[in-house]
Ligand binder design. Structure first.
Ligand code: ATP
Ligand code: MG
Length: 235
């Protein structure tokens, strides 16, 4: 459904992504792992249209993404849950979720979607009227994912959902992501520094370093790769 072919992204002449080629097929769970500054967030921003792509091609279900305005990419079913959660602090949990439902279809389905989100994250259900800024880090991450789900995505992009969370809370978030993928038929593109967990969950993965894809493969191939074990898993 999503195809990137030799994408370059520059910031003021500095290269953040170089020749990145990547594919997400319908229903796949894809992990992108790599160290700080590798270009993971830039990759997501390029896909959602927050930063321009200097060269290369991006297509979504056969449509040239460069011809589609960023806000229309959400209409096509691309949801970007940003790094650092970025919830609307002064708005309530419910208002944040409502903000996720921008398209006509998402608004129509909102009551049903809210039931689903609250089922997935009971802690949000208990805190519907609480200001998002007063939620714990884990709850804010649940809210950020919930807001992404409220747009009825076909492709859910999650940028480091475990960042800054205690291991047990991060594990809960991972389990929810796996559940969303397994039950909703949504494709998931996950960026993570928790390489072991990300590779455990994914169908396929890409390793990004200094803006380049240095390795890619299936879950099995990457999990038994000795370079990855040494560099990322401390084994
Ligand atoms: N707005 C910007 N202006 C200039 N340089 C930027 C900008 N955003 C990112 N960069 C640079 O691009 C490179 C890739 O950054 P990016 O945020 O994509 O990495 P990342 O893999 O997401 O890192 P992290 O794991 O720390 O989130 C870095 O060298 C960063 O300094
Ligand atoms: Mg990042």
């Amino acid at each position: 459904m999503l195809k990137l072919d030799a994408i370059d992204v520059y910031y003021d002449g500095l290269c953040a992504l170089s020749g990145v080629t990547l594919q997400v097929k319908q229903g796949e769970f894809i992990a992108v792992v790599g160290p700080n500054g590798a270009g993971k967030t830039s990759l997501f921003k390029a896909i959602s249209g927050v930063v321009p792509v200097q060269s290369g091609q991006m297509s979504y279900n056969g449509q040239d993404l460069s011809l589609i305005e960023p806000h229309m990419r959400a209409e096509l079913g691309i949801a970007h849950v940003p790094e650092g959660r970025q919830v609307f602090a002064s708005l309530s949990v419910k208002e944040n979720l409502q903000m996720g439902a921008q398209t006509a279809n998402a608004r129509k389905a909102l009551t049903q979607t809210l039931d689903f989100i609250y089922g997935l994250f009971p802690r949000l259900a208990e805190r519907q009227t609480q200001a998002a800024g007063t939620l714990s880090g884990g709850e804010q991450q649940m809210l950020a994912i919930g807001r992404g789900l409220a747009s009825l995505p076909k492709l859910l992009m999650l940028d480091e959902p475990s960042m800054g969370l205690a291991p047990t809370v991060a594990d809960q978030i991972f389990e929810c992501v796996q559940q969303i993928h397994a039950t909703q038929g949504i494709s998931v593109l996950l960026v993570e520094q928790r390489v072991g967990e990300a590779l455990d969950s994914c169908d396929r993965g890409y390793v990004l370093e200094s803006g380049r894809v240095i390795m890619s493969g299936t879950h099995e191939e990457l999990s038994r790769n000795t370079d990855i074990k040494k560099a990322y898993l401390g084994l």
